[in-house]
Design a binder for this molecule. Sequence first.
Ligand SMILES: Cc1cc2nc3c(=O)[nH]c(=O)nc-3n(C[C@H](O)[C@H](O)[C@H](O)COP(=O)(O)O)c2cc1C
Length: 386
Amino acid sequence: MRAASVSDYRELARRRLPKMFFEYIDGGSYAEATLGRNVADLEAIALRQRVMRDMTKLDMSIETLGQQLSMPVGLAPVGMAGMYGRRGEVQAAKAAAAAGVPFCLSTVGVCSVEEVAAAGVAPWFQLYMLKDRGYMRDLVARAKDLGSPVLVFTVDLPVPGARYRDVRSGFTGSSGLSGALNTAWDGITHPAWLWDVWAHGRPHTLGSVAGALQQGRRVTDFLSWIAKNFDRSVTWRDLDWVRETWDGPIVVKGVLEADDARDAVRAGAQGLVVSNHGGRQLDGVRSSISALPRIADAVGCDLEIYMDGGIRSGLDVLKALSLGAKACFVGRAWAYALGAGGEAAVTRMLGTLRSELAVAMILTGCGSVAEAGRDLLDHDLAIAKE
Ligand SMILES: Cc1cc2nc3c(=O)[nH]c(=O)nc-3n(C[C@H](O)[C@H](O)[C@H](O)COP(=O)(O)O)c2cc1C
């Protein structure tokens, strides 16, 4: 199948990846209500069709936090991408750089920040707060020394949400002989992945935090490692000590409430990502797109507002811009593409988002992403979501 859309990349990734990795990417927490809402609420928003305007000139570029982006899209931090494609973070970072959009490297990437930087891309760096603050300080300093332009501090994962699919697939909680046999069978029955990632994509560790992982740990044990090592005592005051090491822009990722957004401003953040972690944390919370307008109204003049969760097309990007986002990040969309066909597929997927965004702009009469506003939307539907 030639992939035409993000859902096609999803299907290709489902065929190519071991079940445990596909389910890990695809799934959400508990009953996956929020995951479903992220997508459904975007779908429910209606754009307004406008005709007979000269749309020969389109401006999709933005400038944000000192970065020039060719379109208002970035690759969200996705853990363990090196298990979906050979040295997956490097492949995705190269695809993003070629497309002129940011790649944000997860704290729990398979490739370290050093490996991605050595490939010629200084990634935005995503930070999870581990209990070992000395280690965290060194990690932030490493990213800074390698030229990472933006630090993305994820605040919605003091503990991992319960993800039933990971238990069912054997990704978490399986041990002993049956666990090992299950893993082996999952790998053997996906030979393209076995050759690409298992045989030629080593080492399979969490590169940036390898020093903090206990020796001999399998990469697939990392959710239990997170539960033990992530710091749930973290507060806004911790941004102060991050600042002692990091003097560049800080983006707080994982805000859904206007009050928290105001706290992020007070704590000195330069940006925030309206996000529920792709429906992977507290199930039952509202969709990101429905949280966006209130947050944009509350703090839109104070910092850069980004949004992620449920973005599956360029149409979705335009809807989010119309409701107040400066740019959108995609998580699953690039993870599926990476699993489906590596760097080339991530490049094609970004090309698809770009052309879909262009078509949506032309057909709504929006010549510049900077001008996208609520007038592009059918107000009855847009406001019903607020
Ligand atoms: C497989 C997977 C791993 C993720 N790992 C991280 C991570 O390490 N750090 C982080 O801040 N967010 C992580 N996220 C959340 C994404 O950054 C983003 O918020 C989410 O995927 C957006 O929703 P979408 O997948 O519908 O685009 C992950 C998401 C997925 C799907």
